[in-house]
Design a protein around this ligand. Structure first.
Ligand code: F6P
Length: 364
């Protein structure tokens, strides 16, 4: 087996709880187990293109495992294959991937660990196709990456959303209101589904199951008939009515995934108030789901992922992503992880269980 001496690591895309825990585990495993040196690129792929980096030694990663965010910084805009910069006063995208590879070579790095979600791993795969030894680590609060049971950060986001539902419950009951909690989840409703079951929501609206407003209203009215004067709805930002569209908040032109969703909660509230005359309030949980310390589950998962990524790299398994299958960490081709988004199966046992507990998805 070839001896590797130096690896690079970067965190790409939207941040999520557990990034620092992965960085710490990667650095510790690389140094302690393989006697390697570790370099961390700053602000995701931007640092790779601009050769902006820091040395990661044991001191640099000491005490960061429980901290949210990422000591390396992140970006969900910068793509080396279409890298925006100022040219004659205009913002122009050019392919800077060769410059990024030259930086890796210049620093004597044998490869790169990319901690990222779907967007970052698509970029990682393009580098693999150009001959760079990349190992991926599955990150996203949305849990929508294929080929792994769970991405790190997801369970912390569920914990945050579930606690928010607990708090909304008491105030909803006191004021006989409908309370809507809008959570993240662009194309997949994992956070809404898990938090909704955990937090006792009466309606869970997700992108995979289009709702009809009349079913939503019927559920709220049914509760009123048996003297439950309040209702709790958790809605994923990507949910939409049958035949309708997602609510787009804005477009970020330079991002490789430019759509930013948001606003479905307020849209729903207006409709519910109009049709039922029940006071309806909205809480948009937003980036609270991404911030703060990872819960112990995510600290452990991200530590295991970090060590496994270094192991994969040392055993010549470049082009793979570490993945959780059952209780075990395995490696899968990055290609497989990005082949399609992992969505909630409307026929799954989890959805069935929710329906059995009289939780409505607004579709019937
Ligand atoms: O992909 C993770 C995610 O948190 C999505 O759920 C959300 O739509 C998006 O990132 C928000 O990104 P930004 O931080 O750019 O607003």
């Amino acid at each position: 087996m070839k001896k590797h001496n130096r690896i690079g690591v970067l965190t790409g895309g939207g941040d999520c709880p557990g990034l620092n825990s992965v960085i710490r585990a990667v650095t510790k495993a690389a140094i302690n187990k393989y006697d390697m040196e570790v370099v961390g690129f700053l602000d995701g792929f931007k640092g790779l293109v601009e050769n902006d980096y820091m040395t990661l030694d044991l001191k640099a990663v000491s005490g960061i495992g429980y901290r949210g965010g990422t000591i390396l910084g992140s970006s969900n805009r910068d793509n080396p294959f279409a890298f925006y910069s100022n040219l004659d006063g205009n913002r122009v995208a050019t392919d800077q991937s060769d410059r990024a590879i030259a930086n890796l070579e210049g620093l004597g790095l044998d490869g790169l660990i990319v901690i990222g979600g779907d967007g970052s791993l698509h970029i990682a795969q393009r580098f693999v196709e150009k001959g760079v030894a990349v190992v991926g680590v599955p990150k996203t609060i949305d849990n929508d990456l294929s080929a792994t049971d769970i991405t790190f950060g997801f369970n912390t986001a569920v914990d945050t959303a579930s606690s928010a539902l607990d708090r909304l419950h008491t105030t909803a009951e006191a004021h006989h209101r409908v309370m809507i909690l809008e959570v993240m989840g662009r194309y997949a409703g994992w956070i809404a589904l898990h938090a909704g079951i955990s937090g006792g929501a009466h309606l869970i609206l997700i992108p995979e199951i289009p709702y009809k407003i009349e079913n939503v209203i019927a559920k709220i009215r049914k509760r009123q008939w048996y003297d439950k004067k309040f209702s709790i709805i958790v809605v994923a930002e990507g949910a939409a009515p049958l035949g309708g569209r997602q609510v787009v908040q804005k477009m970020v032109a330079e991002s490789h995934d430019p759509v930013r969703l948001g606003g479905i909660g307020h849209h729903l509230a207006q409709e519910i108030e109009q049709l039922t005359k029940i006071e309806t309030r909205v809480t948009v949980l937003g980036h609270l789901q991404r911030g703060g310390s990872p819960i112990p589950y995510d600290r452990i998962l991200s530590a295991r992922y970090g060590v496994a990524a270094v192991d994969a790299f040392a055993s010549e398994q470049a082009g793979t992503m570490v993945s959780l299958r059952g209780q075990e960490i395995i490696t899968v081709p990055i290609k497989e992880a990005i082949s399609e988004l992992k969505k909630v199966d409307p026929e799954s046992s989890m959805v069935e269980a929710a329906r059995a507990m009289d939780i409505s998805f607004g579709d019937r």
